[in-house]
Design a protein around this ligand. Structure first.
Ligand code: PRX
Length: 635
């Protein structure tokens, strides 16, 4: 029996039992068997959920890039590590072998060093999905700098907030980016963001669109000439197991985004372990995860997990609709993709299009299909299963979070029998618990509750950068001695988990986490807006869309409503990015509030979802009359 690679259901159960009975033994065996250490650990696990303190493999030393690159050079030097598929299908794809990746990462790492970046420094990366993005991430890890990738669809304000929060000294970006038929002025956004970021001393700029851009003398440097001059070998920095590897921001239900900090050894072990099992990776596979490296899915399952296993991982620059809706299927056919990992929102969008887009391509190379980021509805699951997997490819519905670093609940393909909409069983080492509203654990099956995890796993985030108290309050105070996920789940009669959605004020739109409070804060910046409340409502493609209830100031009352709607969405785009735009905006004279002044979002959600037959208990409302008015004018 191998702890590392599970191949049968009985093996899963026996590995799982072992992982719960003796987690330290289990993870130390996995870590020992499959990774390269400069020094072994003195202690496998040290933890205290009450203080929100967790360390794995204490005292160990390593460099994650040695595990992701160097150790493959002997056996896989000429194997493709990264397969880059550009936005424009007429441009050739690029195969970067492990040997070439080693050289590119080393050169980039030397450039960073020449620019004065060293261990512990924060480097913000704001790049489109081009090879430089993966290389920059790995170059930071090579020298022990902490990368913080910001999704290149975020606005200047969102970028500067993140840069300042993590105290980045350097920013890596490009002249522009291609997205379908559009080209985006990324550097313009960067210039605007940096007006508010005095701490950024240097900007490295990759060339992609060849657009004319402003280069700030003394601050901005073209990347390529620096790489051309750099030495092609870079001795990896020896890191402690708990040294930070990266910071990645995720929305909270309130306040500014949370910089989730992940550390080196535990993250490496868990992302690699789950990649191997959830995608049943084999040596000649060509694995494609369609996420952006700006999200955790890209960190763990485009870069670190696949590379730690010596896999071939595809990076796609474009969008599923360009040049037409067959692009995904074309890429699968062209590169003979074996595993496709994507989001339900993409599946729903593609399922709406003519089936000819699919049937005109040979998808027979596919072996495993995956989904992530939001619950998948049955209809989308069946479409994926019937038309893409041809009923031969197991679908792994993987549930996890930015905070968890890796997949926590998921079928293991060809091992765990799947059921549509169920994430099924916990990965080895994961001990889920369902909790009731009184903080008691709900035992047994056929129950639902709030999903917590009882015991640490190696890739749990260690803190929120600069705000450990918030980390403790957000994840470890709702239920004593447990990590609280913010999700609801049910456990069926055989113990399978089905994630039912967020139980807090985070809304998942097209697979992206959006906190309501930050959107409300940005809307309230509009001079005509007095107050607002955002809720989610079901949407055919996005899963959820956003519905805003807005109270205008007197100055806004006489204004054209459609123009105001546009302006409000413009303000959101500037503060956060287009992903947070509202689908519907209803102007109201008041919001339903409790006597203590809290907005009763439950009612607003029902109205937005057109589910008003039973509004529930409204007896604690201060202003019940406003509900009737809102219902009457609902969009
Ligand atoms: O609500 C859950 C949902 O996405 C949230 C985490 O979002 P984020 O940190 O952006 O990470 C997304 C990629 C891992 C979770 O709290 N979620 C994620 N995967 C699933 C899911 N909901 C249902 N089913 C899933 N498979």
């Amino acid at each position: 029996m191998s702890n590392y690679h599970i191949k049968h259901l009985e093996e899963y159960f026996s590995v799982y039992r072992k992982s719960v009975r003796d987690p330290e033994l289990f993870w130390s065996e996995v870590a020992e068997e499959h990774f390269m250490w400069r020094k072994k650990w003195d202690q496998v696990l040290d933890w205290d959920f009450d203080k929100a303190e967790i360390s794995w493999f204490k005292g160990a030393q390593l460099n994650i890039t040695e595990n992701c690159i160097d150790r493959h050079l002997y056996t896989r030097g000429n194997k493709t590590a990264i397969l880059f598929e550009p936005n424009d299908p007429k441009e050739p794809a690029i195969h970067i072998t492990y040997r070439q990746l080693h050289e590119r990462v080393s050169k980039f790492a030397n450039v960073l060093k020449d620019q004065g970046i060293g261990k512990g420094d924060r480097v913000c990366i704001y790049l489109p999905m081009i090879p430089e993005l993966a290389v920059a991430v790995l170059a930071c890890a090579r020298i022990g700098a902490i990368h913080s990738v910001v999704f290149a669809g975020f606005s200047a304000t969102a970028l500067s907030t993140r840069i300042n929060d993590c105290g980045a000294k350097m920013l890596i970006t490009s002249d522009g980016s291609f997205r379908g038929a559009k080209s985006i002025d990324l550097k313009g956004i960067v210039d605007e963001a940096l007006e508010d970021c005095p701490g950024v001393a240097a900007v490295l700029v990759a060339k992609r669109t060849h657009a004319e851009i402003h280069m700030e003398a003394g601050r901005d440097h073209w990347l390529q000439p620096l790489l051309d001059d750099a030495y092609g070998d870079c001795v990896p920095e020896v890191m402690d197991s708990e040294d930070p590897l990266f910071i990645l921001y995720t929305s909270g239900s309130t306040g500014k985004p949370k910089g989730m900090m992940h550390t080196t050894a535990g993250y490496m072990v868990y992302s690699a372990y789950t990649f191997k099992n959830v995608f049943q990776q084999k040596e000649n596979d060509v694995y494609w995860c369609t996420a952006d490296i700006g999200w955790i899915t890209g960190h763990s399952y485009i870069v670190y997990g696949p590379l730690a296993n010596g896999a071939t991982t595809v990076m796609f620059e474009g969008v599923p609709s360009y040049p037409d809706y067959s692009r995904f299927w074309d890429i699968i056919d062209k590169h003979k993709i074996t595993q496709l990992y994507t989001a339900p929102t993409a599946i729903r969008a593609l399922a709406k299009e003519n089936l000819d887009f699919v049937t005109s391509h040979d998808l027979s190379s596919l072996r495993i299909l995956g989904t992530v980021g939001e619950p998948i509805n049955e209809e989308a699951w069946h479409w994926y299963n019937d038309h893409i997997g041809k009923k031969k490819c197991p679908i792994v519905d993987t549930w996890w979070q930015t905070e968890t670093g890796g997949i926590l609940i998921s079928p293991i393909p060809f091992v765990t029998p799947t059921i549509p909409t169920y994430a099924t069983l916990p990965m080895p080492g994961i001990q889920p618990a369902l909790m009731d509203e009184n903080g008691e654990e709900i035992k047994g099956n056929q129950v639902d509750g709030r999903l917590c995890i009882k015991f640490p796993w190696p890739s749990i985030a260690r803190t929120i950068w600069g705000d450990h108290q918030r980390y403790k309050d957000t994840y470890f105070s709702a239920f004593k001695g447990m990590y609280f996920t913010g999700d609801g789940a049910l456990r069926d009669e055989v113990g399978y988990y089905r994630i039912t959605g967020r139980v807090d004020d985070v809304i998942i739109v097209s697979g992206h986490n959006l906190g309501t409070a930050p959107i409300e804060d940005s809307i309230n910046e509009h001079p005509a807006v007095a107050e607002s409340a955002i809720v989610g409502f079901p949407h055919d493609i996005k899963g959820n869309a956003l519905y805003g209830y807005v109270i205008l100031k007197e100055t806004g009352e006489g204004r054209d409503r459609d123009n105001l709607r546009k302006e409000i969405n413009q303000v959101i785009t500037e503060h956060i990015g287009p992903i947070a735009k509202l689908d519907k905006i209803q102007f109201v004279s008041g919001l339903p509030k409790t006597r203590s002044g809290k907005i009763m979002r439950r009612i607003l959600r029902k109205i937005a979802s057109k589910d008003t037959s039973n509004l529930g208990d409204t007896s604690t409302l201060l202003n019940p009359e406003v509900v009737a008015e809102i219902m009457k004018e609902a969009l």
